[in-house]
Design a protein around this ligand. Structure first.
Ligand code: FE2
Length: 470
């Protein structure tokens, strides 16, 4: 009998312990540091004679063709390309699929010098008045050397329009970069537009910021960005500020080569702007332009956020290069001053997700905020906040600088999942309430998801996603 009582008590203790552990698991819910160990290999740029950098055949053939959205709503496209030998034509001939009529848009070209480098002739042409959800062919070049590409315009802007965005950051031009781009292209999720979170060519890692690397990067990425728009964010490798070389105009190569429709969102500079695409409202910010109170970027964002109509575009997405929440020992607190300036607004306006790059790894946060601190109250720890965005660092494109492998330990409570591998992400909007985010690492097959989350929209369905409670 006594034994029975002891046994009963022991069972209770085990059950109780189990309950405590379960409860602890429920309430503490520490984030996951992935156990995946990537085989380490050096990050080496692909050589100049690689097939991915091939110059298209023919005299003065257009190269480095790339497109991006050309207005605020997705009915225009900016087409850009480089002619190496002479200006040639800045016209784009375009026509909808099956159309017998062809149309012509006229652009212009520019050149720039950087230290001892002189660019080719960089053409930019905005094609206006496109029909939504339509496949267009377009042709650039002149004489006997023209090149033909195609793109599909976005569906009309609306609250339940499904759409899939790819997410790539810090790509560079190494063998790993090529794997990342191939994985994005081959993904069965079929991304339709890339949200690019900054740091493109890494030319500035080479002597004299070797701008030939900007040309090779343009040729490398053409196979994707000539066919679907990439939405550009400026990173630190776009600054190219080098007074010792006499180069004192920040962002000169980047802003000469990559144009964005900043005018159409009332921005006064190409480094911060917004677009609508399908059911998403995308705000691009610049970590490397002034954002203090009264600055142009601050004033623009202050006026921009109230304009977002969530009944028209339920998904509010922000792109910025330097992450605000980052538990790697790289670029520690570099995003902190911008977080202090803007985090309260993001909560007030229910931003769904903030994508950043800069740290060469992957990390997804829980829904947290850290804006209660007022210097005297000691409230400087991130806390759970259902109205906060999820912060995703996706600077894992695979550039010459290699992976960020060193993490803060223990994993902070705000960090839901982190892994030091190269890869890319996909954000697939299903309707106004749900979107599916997934992350693919380059070591896996194209369809394998190493991390994923069903997003609940912060405006239409602001309940906590099952896997991200703090
Ligand atoms: Fe960066």
């Amino acid at each position: 009998m006594g034994t029975g009582r002891i046994s009963f008590s022991a069972t209770c203790a085990v059950v109780l312990l189990g309950l405590i552990m379960n409860s602890s698991a429920l309430h503490c819910n520490r984030g996951i540091t992935s156990s995946f160990i990537r085989v380490s290999s050096p990050s080496v740029d692909m050589p100049f004679d690689s097939d991915v950098f091939q110059v298209p055949p023919g005299y003065n053939a257009p190269q480095q063709v790339h497109i991006t959205q050309g207005d605020h709503v997705g009915q225009a496209m900016i087409v850009s390309w480089v002619t190496p030998d002479e200006p040639g034509s800045s016209l784009v001939t375009y026509w909808p699929k099956k159309s017998k009529e062809k149309y012509v848009a006229e652009g212009y070209y520019l050149t720039y010098n950087y230290y001892n480098y002189t660019s080719g002739f960089i053409h930019h042409c905005t094609i206006p008045n496109l029909k939504y959800n339509t496949k267009y062919y377009y042709e650039v070049g002149d004489g006997n050397v023209t090149r033909k590409f195609w793109f599909r315009t976005a569906p009309p802007v609306g609250p339940d329009v499904p759409y899939t965005f790819g997410l790539i950051g810090d790509l560079g031009q190494t063998y790993d970069s090529n794997k990342t781009l191939t994985h994005y292209e081959q993904s069965p999720l079929k991304g339709k537009t890339v949200l690019y979170v900054g740091d493109l060519s890494y030319a500035d890692d080479w002597p004299f910021h070797d701008n030939v690397k900007w040309d090779t990067w343009g040729r490398f990425t053409e196979r994707s960005v000539a066919y679907q728009p990439w939405i550009w964010t400026a990173g630190n490798h776009e600054i190219d500020f080098e007074p010792l070389l006499g180069e004192t105009v920040p962002f000169k190569p980047y802003s000469s080569r990559y144009h964005v429709p900043y005018n159409s969102s009332g921005s006064t500079a190409p480094f911060w702007y917004s677009i609508k695409r399908a059911s998403a409202y995308i705000i691009v910010l610049s970590s490397y332009s002034a954002y203090g109170k009264y600055t142009p970027q601050y004033t623009w964002l202050e006026q921009e956020l109230p304009k977002v109509d969530r009944t028209e575009t339920p998904w509010l997405i922000v792109l910025v290069h330097s992450p605000w929440y980052n538990s790697y020992n790289y670029h520690y607190m570099e995003g902190e001053t911008m977080r202090v300036m803007f985090e309260s607004w993001f909560i007030q306006y229910n931003v769904d997700v903030v994508f950043a790059g800069h740290v060469h790894a992957y990390e997804r946060s829980k829904r947290i905020s850290n804006n209660a601190y007022n210097i005297t109250n000691g409230l400087c720890t991130p806390v759970s906040n259902k109205f906060s965005p999820v912060y995703i660092t996706i600077g894992d494109g695979g550039n010459i600088e290699g992976l960020a492998t060193n993490m803060t330990e223990p994993q902070p409570s705000y960090s839901a999942f982190r892994e030091s591998s190269f890869g890319h992400g996909m954000f697939s909007i299903k309707n106004r309430t749900h979107a599916y985010f997934s992350w693919n690492r380059n070591q896996d097959g194209y369809a394998v998801e190493a991390d994923s989350l069903w997003f609940h929209n912060r405006y239409w369905y602001p309940t906590t996603e099952t896997t991200i409670s703090i």
